[in-house]
Design a protein around this ligand. Structure first.
Ligand SMILES: Nc1ncnc2c1ncn2[C@@H]1O[C@H](COP(=O)(O)OC(=O)[C@@H](N)Cc2c[nH]c3ccccc23)[C@@H](O)[C@H]1O
Length: 333
């Protein structure tokens, strides 16, 4: 079974090469009218608040709004830095549990592991060039003829490359790939708590900069208490002049579902030191049910593996005809 699927996956990379080769003009096949949502996340084990507010929360909403939705745990992207195999395997399962705990529903979305759709070809033809990060990301998206890609702001540049590649292919081979659109949320860039000019990031060496969705209430309070603000004690929203306080207001609004104006209005008369604790409390409250669900899911390794296996099989079914069509268009079949 695995072998058959692996053979099916063979050739998925060919079209990337074909973008730069091949004939100038060919008859245009019908453009796919299906709307398809696709996004990906690295298997970092546990998402941070930036991943959650910038991407995952919108993924959960989108699975109710669209019929065809795929979310990929992008393990191939994670090997751009050294990874311990056993730890990587565990991080993939942990991320699966975290996404499910955040509300990704495998009945509504195809949740799958990137390498399970691409490994066979990678072994045979993979080169450093083909695995270059943004190109791999383009392959992820185009392989399913995706139309919408919900991401944070840091992915916009990658998305521009994906759009260029889709247009380039269509110009050479006729309208084939939909040009995918990024979907950004108001929380497209959650800032570091230690340096509000930088994004919140898993790889930040300063652990006080990033809230993980599994942080304890004590850790969350400590991180917000130490968050960098400024010397004005009033709570006002001014992302340029007061990025630290404004980041907290934006987080506060996002986790309570209120507007920024409303959280500012409710904070009149409160100083920033006290306000930090209110934001921490709101974040703790938002994350509590996710943490409870995550604890349960992590006990059930079999279930997590089954979700990923079923998701990867469904993703292959969608990818295979696209690969075949691409091969035909470029003249391999
Ligand atoms: N501080 C932040 N504020 C707001 N949003 C943020 C913040 N930090 C992270 N994000 C968003 O979280 C998602 C996953 O992040 P990754 O770094 O794993 O995301 C990445 O490393 C991608 N290259 C994974 C990928 C591979 N193939 C894809 C195809 C489509 C979309 C995404 C992918 C992303 O949407 C990211 O923008």
């Amino acid at each position: 079974m695995a072998l058959r699927s692996m053979r099916k996956a063979r050739g998925c990379w060919s079209f990337i090469r074909a973008l730069h080769e091949g004939p100038k003009t060919v008859p245009a096949p019908q453009k796919d009218a299906v709307h398809r949502v696709f996004s990906g996340i690295q298997p970092t084990g546990v998402p941070h608040l930036g991943n959650y507010l910038g991407a995952i929360e919108s993924w959960v909403r989108l699975q109710d709004q669209h019929d065809s939705v795929l979310y990929s745990i992008v393990d191939l992207h994670s090997i751009t830095v050294p990874q311990d195999p056993a730890a990587l395997q565990q991080s993939i399962l942990d991320m699966t549990a975290a996404l499910l705990a955040c509300g990704i529903n495998p009945e509504k979305s195809i949740l799958f592991q990137q390498s399970q759709v691409k490994t066979a070809q990678q072994k045979q033809e993979g080169t450093a060039g083909l695995l270059m990060y943004p190109v791999l990301q383009a392959a992820d998206i185009l392989l399913y003829k995706s139309t919408y890609v919900p991401v944070g702001e840091d992915q916009v540049q990658h998305m521009e490359l994906v759009q260029d590649l889709a247009r380039g292919f269509n110009k050479k081979y006729g309208e084939f790939f939909p040009v995918p659109t990024s979907i950004l949320t108001p929380m497209k860039k959650v800032k570091s708590l230690r340096d509000p000019s930088a994004k919140m990031s898993k790889s930040d060496p300063n652990k006080m900069a990033t809230i993980s969705i599994t942080d304890s209430p004590e850790e969350i309070v400590k991180k917000f208490r130490k968050a960098v603000t400024d010397f004005t004690s009033e709570v006002t929203y001014d992302p340029v002049g007061r990025p630290g306080v404004s980041n907290m207001l934006a987080i506060h609004a996002a986790v309570t579902g209120l507007t920024v104006e409303e959280v500012v209005r409710r904070s009149v008369g409160i100083d920033t030191a006290h306000y930090k604790l209110l934001v921490a409390e709101a974040v703790i409250e938002k994350l509590a049910p996710i943490k409870r669900e995550l604890e349960k899911l992590k006990q059930n390794k079999d279930y997590l593996e089954k979700v990923l296996q079923a998701g990867s099989a469904k993703a292959k079914e969608l990818a295979y005809p696209v690969c075949q069509e691409v091969k035909k268009l470029v003249g391999f079949l």
